[in-house]
Design a protein around this ligand. Structure first.
Ligand SMILES: [Mn+2]
Length: 336
């Protein structure tokens, strides 16, 4: 078993979590709003794993499963809250996966019972340690890596669990390109050995896009801007563009990566207009720290990839604010 790099404090946390799993019977699993491949796939892997060990478990999220992740085993088991189903009750343990703080759960946070044991497993830079047990370590590429270590303590994962965890690793590393952890490739190899097919999973996530999403991309790219002074490159997606193409925010998946490939840029961002404000996705090239910028607006993430929501602003206002904050942070760094 290749757990070699798990350090002592992590071993302690892991064994505490294992004890809770062994002792309790009913589990509630959740992740952040607008869930990504890592959060979702971790929930589903853990759901399948718990059920395989005779436990009861539910997955409850604030937002639906994006189309590209509907192929995941048990993806149809995700309950949306608030939705048509009754308030989930009777659970003793809450697993919060891939989520830095409770407000990021959105409306699901109101479901968390005070007497439940909250287990927080995460790899974001900032985490408020809101759980009774907090296993938080930003050196992991994905929350899926952490779950791999957890699940493996009970024996080899099933093929379905392996598919989920491989998807978590693949998506959070941008297909094994960014913020790789110390064991990422070794874990990925083991997941392939347990039955995950890189080709099939890659096909589902990256190469099954509706035509309208590319039509949306073409509109988005007409707004592309570059500031030679700061090396910032950005683009916008408006509600009007969604209406014209019959798309929604889900169809903007990966758009920011087109900006990320601009050689002249050192920092890129994509503005997405929402009814309640503007969602911003940031990526850095070379050394820029985008987590710091996202944090300024109450968001967060990782050094090279972060996001935030600027409430009650127009696209033009959000653009202006972003550029102001980026410029002032760059100035501060130069003066240091
Ligand atoms: Mn993640």
């Amino acid at each position: 078993m290749s757990n070699d790099h798990l350090r002592q404090p992590e071993e302690e946390k892991l064994s505490r979590i294992l004890r809770v799993i062994a002792e309790k019977d009913a589990f509630f699993l959740t992740t952040h709003t607008t869930p990504d491949g890592d959060g979702l796939a971790c929930e589903l892997a853990l759901l399948l794993f718990l059920e395989r060990h005779g436990k009861k478990a539910v997955v409850v999220n604030a937002d639906p499963v994006p189309e590209i992740y509907r192929f995941l085993p048990a993806a149809d088991r995700v309950t949306i809250w608030p939705g048509s189903r009754d308030r989930p009750t009777g659970y003793e343990v809450v697993f919060v996966l891939d989520c830095g703080n409770l407000p990021r759960l959105g409306p699901v946070s109101e479901l968390i019972k005070l007497d439940a044991v909250v287990i927080n497993i995460d790899h974001h830079i900032r985490n408020t340690n809101f759980g009774a047990i907090n296993w938080v370590n930003p050196s992991y590429a994905a929350c899926g890596e952490m779950l791999f270590y957890l699940l493996k303590r009970f024996g080899p994962p099933t093929r379905e669990e392996a598919i989920c965890l491989y998807t978590a690793l693949m998506t959070d590393t941008g297909s094994f390109l960014y913020h790789l952890g110390p064991g990422t490739f070794s874990i990925a190899q083991q997941l392939v050995d347990y039955g995950a097919s890189p080709e099939e999973i890659g096909q589902h996530v990256y190469f099954e896009r509706p035509l309208v999403s590319l039509q949306l991309l073409s509109l988005c790219l007409t707004t592309l801007k570059f500031d030679a002074c700061t090396g910032v490159c950005w683009a916008r997606v408006s509600q009007e563009m969604y209406r014209r193409t019959g798309t929604d925010e889900e169809d903007t998946e990966k758009f920011v990566d087109y900006l990320r490939c601009v050689k002249e840029a050192r920092l890129v961002f994509l503005l997405k207009e929402r009814s309640n404000g503007v969602k911003v996705s940031l990526r850095s090239r070379r050394q820029a720290d985008v987590e710091k910028i996202a944090r300024f607006f109450g968001g967060g993430g990782h050094r090279a990839a972060a996001g935030c929501l600027i409430p009650r602003v127009s696209l033009a206002e959000a653009e202006k604010l972003m550029l102001q904050v980026i410029r002032s942070q760059m100035k501060e760094e130069r003066e240091k």
